[in-house]
Structure formats: C-alpha cells, structure tokens
Design a protein around this ligand. Sequence first.
Ligand code: NDP
Length: 300
Amino acid sequence: MTAEIIDGKAFAARVREQVAAHVERLKADHGITPGLAVVLVGEDPASQVYVRSKGKQTVEAGMASFEHKLPVETSEADLLALVRKLNADDDVHGILVQLPLPAHMNAELVINTIDPAKDVDGFHISNVGLLGTGQKSMVPCTPLGCLMLLRDRLGKLAGLNAVVVGRSNIVGKPMAQLLLGDSCTVTIAHSRTKDLPAVCRGADILVAAVGRPEMVKGDWIKPGATVIDVGINRIDAPEKGEGKSRLVGDVDFASASEVAGAITPVPGGVGPMTIACLLANTLTACCRAKGLPEPAGLTP
Ligand code: NDP
C-alpha cells in the first residue's frame, strides 16, 4: 500500500485564507484589527527564524504584528513588566513569548503571567485546565493543527484507537486531550513505554512527537492507519554535499508510507499548520474579547 500524503502546506494555506477573510470582515464591519504580540528574548537562531515567519504571516493575514526583541540579559522582572503591559493593551489580542527563554528566567512564571484570554499558545495553566476539563480554552497550536488534519482526513474520530508518542506539555499531552475530546481511545506513550512498536501497531491514529529522527518504522504501523508526524529533526545529508543537512520527522517516511493509509510529510505536514493555527487562535481571541461570533472550524 502507498499512503496518501496529507498536504499540511496546502491545508495551512486554506486556514490562513479563512483567517484573512474573517479579519477583512472584522475590519470592514467593526473597525477591529486583531493584533498579535510576539516577544523574543535573546538571539537563538531558530527562534529568530520562527519569530520572523510569525510576524510576516500575521501581517499577510491582515492583522497587526507587534514584535518585541529583548536582549538576552533582560531581567525576568523586565520581561514580566512587558507581558503585563501587553495584557493591558487593547490593540493586542494575542501574546506569544517565544520559548525557550534564557536560563535565568522562570518560563512557567512568565507564561502564567500572560492573560489567559490572550494566551494564543495555550500554555497558561488556566488554558491547560480548561482543555483538560473539556471547556472552551485557547488550544496549543501544533496539536490543534494535527486535529484539523485528522478531522479533514477521517471525519468523525469517535471510537478510533489513537496512540500519541510523546508526553510534552506543548504537544503530546494537549494532543491526547484533543483526541479524547473527539472520543478516541487514547494511549500516551513515552520513553518508559514497554514494547513501543506493539503499542503503536494498535493505533488507527498514530501521532509521533518525540524528537528522535525516523524512530517510528513501517512495521510499527497498522496497515491503513493515519500517521501524523510532528517531529522536526535536522540530520546530516552528505549526499547533498559536504556540511549539508535536511529535515526529517520522527517517522521513517520511506517504510511508513508503504503501510499507512495516510501520512504527513516532513517538511510540509504539521509544520505549516502550527503558524496557521497561531493566526487562527489570535483571531479567535480577538472575537472572544469583542464578544463577536468566532469563525467556524478554527477551534476544537
Ligand atoms: P520533548 O522533548 O519535550 O518531548 C519528547 C517526548 O518524547 C517526551 O515525552 C519523551 O518521553 C518522548 N520520547 C523521547 N524518546 C523516546 C523514545 N525513545 N521512545 C518513546 N518516547 C520517547 O519534545 P516536544 O514535544 O517539544 O517535540 C517533539 C518533536 O516535535 C520535536 O521533534 C520537535 O522539534 C517537534 N515539534 C514540532 C512542531 C511543529 O510545529 N511541527 C512544534 C513543536 C515541536 P519522556 O517524557 O519519557 O522523556
């Protein structure tokens, strides 16, 4: 069997178009422009790329982008003061503090200082609790994007066996909560799971969020399963020339695509969905703040 490729890039483009169209209407009908503030502390090269990309796509969607770049030696108190200022700013509907933060800062304290209603990453403890109890919340962008791809491919997910490999607060746990919310039978696997290949073989839906290049092999996959590869790993690619590298997921795409019914590629699968969902969350936060109807299909 050769798996259908789940085109996250194309799906993300459609989400961004939907967001942009809704933003246009908000401006025309209500004179409201949703705004996203992104805070970057330090000069981590990968974070700089993400922040640039977020800012660019925010503007392309018609929203206001507020970038705050702070030097690495910024004190925690100064960062908290900025977050509080953004909380109070009516032009800012979403706040994202780019992780990781420098070691001298308490990331949990910083995240939990963001107004939960503006917490477009969905990492604030209140949003975690709301999601866990099935209440309206801000949902972390990457798992939200995965859920959208799964619903698009499979329709109703109820009753399906879902295995999430990885239990991070950012991806694995919220992913599991979302799948549970859609009435899947959910297993969360991690580094201490016994016989991981056998656990994965029980999955109708397999989500890999591990951070280990090409760890999940084709013979771990139930024939016909839907495989969502969250991993982004850069590995050496001497075949492309000296010092060259390429991106791979946590799933061994070559063997997995022979067995799965559908699979996300890396790159071009989950990755583009993450920023598209950040824009969607900013729009949702804005609509909620203004008491306006939320756009359809952009929240769980
Ligand atoms: P973390 O490192 O926070 O978590 C990794 C999880 O994988 C942990 O729960 C860990 O288990 C588990 N794990 C590690 N090794 C094994 C193993 N050998 N067998 C089974 N489980 C294992 O990573 P994140 O959740 O933040 O990210 C996961 C991947 O997703 C990374 O590649 C990251 O780059 C990518 N990512 C992609 C995004 C996107 O936009 N596409 C966004 C966010 C992340 P334990 O808890 O027991 O240690």
